[in-house]
Design a binder for this molecule. Structure first.
Ligand SMILES: CCC[C@@H](CC(=O)O)C(=O)C(=O)O
Ligand SMILES: [Zn+2]
Length: 295
């Protein structure tokens, strides 16, 4: 599975008119999920895992509910130096009370994407996330465990992509950490002492514009930034469950692929956390297995 940019799917043709004015009319006073950040980075964290960090974890972003009207006002008046906003709202019954918007969604090229889902043996569609970002926002490098068909609607987004096997160069946080699945490396100021193999990293760049679609396979790393050609950018994800062929009775082919090894490493870590109970015992036990025996 490799990422690919498609420019002729017309997947979200009916959404290319979703500018701020149109969304104010159709989303109106619905409350939407908006993240706020003091920096340009919006590093995801799982709030349910913060307790394992014996409270030395400081959340890099704040999640608020904001009326779309208010969000739109901030978006239009935003200037460098203002706190950055990133709306990330699921297209669900909470906000789909406008027949116009529902009709636009029904007019997506569902036959095309359903064909992709079938031919690639993906599981069910789990979420469509509507994202509206102030210019210059960055989603730092991470991977997801779902298949993603990423549709760009307005403005330009730059992706830097790395295969799952670059796991050892991107040093993800431990699986029990709030930043699970996110790289520890600050791409703008890498600590080569802590993360020496990051020096060897080589990424694949893709810039998406309105109407472009990126197939982002599960476990592929991505660093994403909203370029500054426009005041804001708008995107929509189509996330699908990975599908039954991963880890089912279908005969496993060897050598294993990068994403399969990633799943194995994550399972080993999770099993150790589960068994040892104390996350601080996982490192020493893994070192005891490795040192003098496998290194
Ligand atoms: C919350 C999702 C953010 C998105 C990246 C981006 O557009 O900033 C991403 O990581 C993905 O679509 O998987
Ligand atoms: Zn992602």
């Amino acid at each position: 599975m490799k990422p690919v940019v498609l420019t002729d799917t017309n997947l979200v043709g009916s959404a290319l008119k979703w500018n701020c004015h149109y969304l104010q009319e159709t989303l109106g006073n619905n409350l939407c999920t908006v993240y706020l950040s003091k920096t340009h980075k919006f590093k995801y964290f799982d709030v349910n895992q913060t307790k394992k960090c014996d409270n030395d974890f400081s959340p890099p972003t704040e999640k608020v509910l904001m009326k779309f009207q208010e969000f739109a006002k901030h978006l239009k008046s935003w200037e460098e130096g203002d706190r950055r906003l990133y709306m990330q709202q699921l297209l669900n019954e909470k906000i789909l009370n406008s027949s116009q918007l529902v009709n636009d969604i029904l007019t997506f090229n569902w036959s095309w994407i359903r064909r992709q889902q079938k031919q690639n043996n993906w599981g069910p569609l789990t979420a469509n996330l509507l994202m509206i970002s102030t210019q210059g926002n960055v989603t730092p490098a991470h991977f997801d465990n779902q298949q993603n068909v990423f549709a760009q609607i307005y403005g330009y987004k730059r992706f830097i992509l790395f295969p799952p096997e670059d796991y050892d160069k991107l040093y993800p946080h431990p699986v029990w950490h709030p930043h699970d699945r996110q790289s520890q490396v600050d791409f703008e100021n890498p600590d080569y002492t802590k993360f020496p193999k990051f020096r060897e990293i080589k990424g694949h760049e893709a810039v998406l514009g309105p109407g472009d679609v990126l197939y982002l396979p599960l476990y592929w790393w991505h660093h994403v930034e909203s370029l500054c050609q426009t005041q804001y950018t708008t995107s929509l994800t189509f996330w699908y469950k990975a599908g039954p062929t991963h880890g089912s009775s279908v005969t496993t082919m060897y050598p294993l692929e990068g994403y399969q090894k990633m799943a194995i490493m994550r399972n080993v870590e999770k099993m150790l956390v589960e068994t040892l109970k104390d996350v601080n015992e996982v490192g020493p036990l893994l070192r005891a297995i490795l040192e003098g025996r496998y290194t």
